[in-house]
Each structure stands twice: as C-alpha cells, then as structure tokens.
Design a protein around this ligand. Structure first.
Ligand SMILES: Nc1ncnc2c1ncn2[C@@H]1O[C@H](COP(=O)(O)OP(=O)(O)OP(=O)(O)O)[C@@H](O)[C@H]1O
Ligand SMILES: [Mg+2]
Length: 272
C-alpha cells in the first residue's frame, strides 16, 4: 500500500505473518513452553491488537517481529521476508524507557533520521520533526527534555519517534499501560487519528480489551501458556472512532464477548 505525504514521499507498509510459531525458555533447569503453534497475520496497513493473559508470551511474540528473539519453530515474515534480526525499518514502542533522557523532544523525534539507515538532510529532518510535533500536540515543547514532560507526553514523543523514520511496520508493547485512565483514553484517540492519517501496519499489545477494540481493525485473543490463537475478532466499527464510540452497543457487545473469550482461554489451560 502506498500513500503520499509531504514528509515521506512514499509510505509503504508491509504485512506481518506469524506462521506456526513455537518458543520455549529454560527456567531453573525446566523447559517452559511459552508459545506453541501460534499463527496469525496482520494485513498491509491494518491495526491489530494482541490480548492475552499475563505472562502468556505477548512480548516474546512482538520481540520476534522486531527481530530481538528467534522462534524455535515456525517463521515470522514481514513483507514476505523472514525476520532474521533487528531492522531500522521497524518502529518499536515499549511501555517504558522509550525516549532518551539526554535528548530534547525534537532531538528524540528526529533521532532515527540521523542514523545511517534512515538518514535525512537537516532540512528534511526539521520538516519531519515539525510534522510529528504537530500531530502529537507537542508544539512549544520541542526544546524540553523528557524529565520535564508528563508520562503521556513522553509516550507521545516515543510514538512520534517511531513514526518519523517511515517504518514499514509499527510494533507497540503496552505503550499506555503506565498512564492514568484519562490520559490513556486521550492517547488512544491521538494514536487512532495518527493511524488514520498514516496507515502503517501495526501490532499493538495491550491488557485492555477496551483499548484493543477502540484502536483495532481486528483483535487476536491468545490462550494462556503455551500461547496460541484462541480467536480473531473483527471490529466492524466505522472510522473515525470517537469518545462516543465507546458507548455504542456494538462496542459494549464486543467488549463482553472478548472478555468472555479471555476468561475461557485462561480457565481452559488451568484445568488441563
Ligand atoms: N529470556 C527469558 N528467559 C526465561 N523466561 C522468559 C524469558 N522471557 C520471558 N520469559 C518467560 O516467558 C513467559 C512469557 O513472557 P512474555 O514477557 O512474553 O509474556 P507477556 O505475555 O508479554 O507477559 P505480560 O502480560 O506480563 O507482559 C513468562 O512466563 C516469562 O517469565
Ligand atoms: Mg509483556
């Protein structure tokens, strides 16, 4: 998929495929099978949330797409290519520690554009940084250091930095988990608006069913360890989603269904 934008002449987003993934860890001499035969895909420009019980292997799956962790079985493909290691074409946002404390807001957002893989001229860098400062509502804070920002603003910087390098996919691991409820809803709305404008393929991990529904085209529900796909739920709620979306019948019904699937997925494993 290609869309045109002033700051990035072409934006190409790639599909992500998890195909028969298995992974174990060794813990105190015991073999811990974390993921087993896990398959799902995220289409080009699609926003998919992955939700599942705590410790079921979500971060491990994201780490495989990022190229930080290799699967024992199966393959992760991005744009048809098997992931074999980290690559600057993937934007990653973590729950914490996502910004460099020694750089200003503008320097953090532009950081990836100073590295060889995504290097841009000073003028282009200024334009791209200005675009994301604007999109993330960070105007007036360009020269501020992260310690002088709220948690929500710091995560806005992290998200802006991930988008700024023109990534082929965005991988986000509970980026809003540490925020208070109000800031969190605001951040979801901001991310949703950004996504409507930029249409990057996104894998988003969360514990919040509401957050998953609000942001996503589809939600993947994982079973407890060893994790694999319990259900993939389409979210047929029209864009753009607004604060009122959360109150609609469709939203409330989906929330109830997904919460039930999550509970059943956990109970199923613990009774084995
Ligand atoms: N490097 C490692 N060595 C050993 N065990 C690990 C390692 N990384 C993760 N684990 C274990 O694998 C399981 C899955 O971890 P992972 O972090 O992927 O889960 P998660 O679904 O992201 O959890 P959470 O919901 O708490 O973020 C956990 O039991 C964890 O303790
Ligand atoms: Mg995790």
């Amino acid at each position: 998929m290609s869309i045109t934008m002033d700051t990035h002449p072409t934006v190409t987003s790639d599909a992500i495929t998890f195909d028969g993934i298995g992974k174990h860890y060794q813990r105190s001499g015991n073999r811990l099978q974390v993921i087993e035969d896990c398959s799902f895909e995220i289409g080009e420009g699609e926003f998919v949330s992955v939700i599942g019980p705590s410790g079921c292997g979500k971060t491990t799956l994201l780490g495989m797409a990022a190229g930080f962790t290799a699967p024992d079985d199966g393959k992760v493909r991005i744009g048809g290519e098997v992931v074999r290691g980290p690559d600057p074409s993937r934007g990653v946002v973590f729950q914490q520690y996502a910004v460099f404390p020694w750089l200003t807001v503008a320097q953090n957002i532009g950081y990836g554009l100073t590295l060889r893989a995504n290097r841009r001229s000073r003028k282009q860098r200024r334009e791209i940084v200005a675009h994301y400062v604007d999109l993330m509502g960070l105007n007036g804070f360009e020269d501020v250091h992260p310690k002088d920002l709220s948690g929500g603003m710091r995560q806005r910087v992290a998200i802006a930095r991930a988008y700024a390098t023109n990534p082929s996919v965005l991988l986000m691991d509970e980026p809003f988990a540490a925020l208070d409820a109000q800031t969190r809803e605001y951040m979801q709305e901001l991310l949703h608006t950004t996504q409507l404008e930029e249409q990057r393929t996104a894998l988003f991990i969360t514990h919040s069913v509401e957050e998953a529904i609000f942001l996503s085209t589809r939600v993947v529900v994982l079973r407890a360890r060893p994790a694999n796909v319990r259900a993939v739920i389409d979210i047929p709620i029209a864009f753009p989603r607004t604060p009122d979306t959360r109150l609609s019948n469709a939203f409330v019904d989906l929330r109830r269904d997904i919460e039930r699937l999550l509970r059943d997925g956990t109970a199923e494993r613990s009774s084995e």
